[in-house]
Design a protein around this ligand. Sequence first.
Ligand code: 13P
Ligand code: SF4
Length: 334
Amino acid sequence: MSIPLMGNKSPRDAELITEINQLRKEKNAVILAHYYQDGKIQDLADFVGDSLDLSRKAASTDADVIVFCGVRFMAEVAKILSPEKIVVLPDMAAGCSLEDSCPADEFAAFRAKYPDHISLTYINCSAAVKTHSDIIITSSNARHIIDQIPKDQPILLAPDQHLGGYLARETGRDMVLWPGSCIVHERFSEKELIKLKAEYPDAPIAAHPECPVHILNHADHVGSTSSILKFVLESDADTFIIATEPGIIHQMEKSSPEKTFIGAPGIDGKCSCNQCPYMALNTLEKIRDCLRDLTPRIEISEEERLAAKKPLDRMLEMSPPAAQNRPDKTGRAY
Ligand code: 13P
Ligand code: SF4
C-alpha cells in the first residue's frame, strides 16, 4: 500500500538526464535537492538533504554554479552563504506558503512590539524577513538552539505557528508565535489518520513538526525530514505512516526497500493533496534549461545579503554537528 515510487524514468527522462549530466560538467555545477522533490530529481542530485544539510552544502561547495532543486527561500540561503557562486532555481515561482504568510514589513512591526524577545525565525522565510531576525532555525536544529538560550529569555518565533507550538510544548519556553502555517502539512486529516491507524495498529506514525497539534498528538516520532528518515531506517517496525510531504517516501523506499510506507491521508482519505505545489514546479526540463542558460538566477543586494547572513551564521554556529549516520545507501545523499 505504499505510494508508487516517483522516480520511474521514461526514455524522455533518460535523454534529459544525459543532457543535464553533460551540462553540469561543462558548467562545474552542483545539483542540490530537497527530499520533497520528485524522485527522479532526487536521484540525479549530487546531494539530497533537509534544509540544514542543504545550507551546509551550499556554504561549502567548490562548484561555480548551484542548481537548487527546492524552493526559493532555500536557493536564497545558498546565495547568501555563497555569494560568489551563480545560484539558479529551476522555477522562480517555487515559493512557500510559510514565506508568503510573513511579509517583511509586517514582521518588522510585529517584532517591534516585543523588544525584549529574541527572534528565532524558521528558515522558511524571505531574505528580507531574515534581516529582522536574531537566529535562523530549521526543524532539525531548533531544539538544540533553544536549549542554548537562557531560560528567562522570552522568544518570538516566526513564521510557523505549528512548529512554534510544538517547540513551546517540548521546551516549556515562553514564546510569542507568528500565525503562519504550511498549506501542505495542514491538509492531513486527524479523522482519516485514526481510521488508517486502526487498519495498521503496529505502524508507527512519523510526523513533521509543521503539522498541527491534532496530528502531532498521534505521532510516535516528530522531527525534520532527515530525522524521520533516520527513524524509519533504525526502527524494527515493517510498516510506517508518514505525515509529511510524500516526496520523502522515495528515499525511504531506497534505503529500506523491505519496509512499507503509507502517506498520511488528507481529508479525502488519500495523500495526493499533500504534495507541495511549489516543490512540484521543478522538472527535469527546467533543470536542463536553467543549467544551459544559467537563469533564473537568485540575486540579492549586498546590503540585504549581509544583514540576512548574520542570523544564518548564528544558526550554523549554534547547530549540532552534521549527522554522520544518515541512511546513505545511494552513495550520494547527505
Ligand atoms: P526540513 O527538510 O528541514 O525538515 O523542512 C521541511 C520543509 O519545510 C521544506 O520546505
Ligand atoms: Fe513551504 Fe510547506 Fe512546501 Fe515546505 S512543504 S516548501 S513549508 S509550502
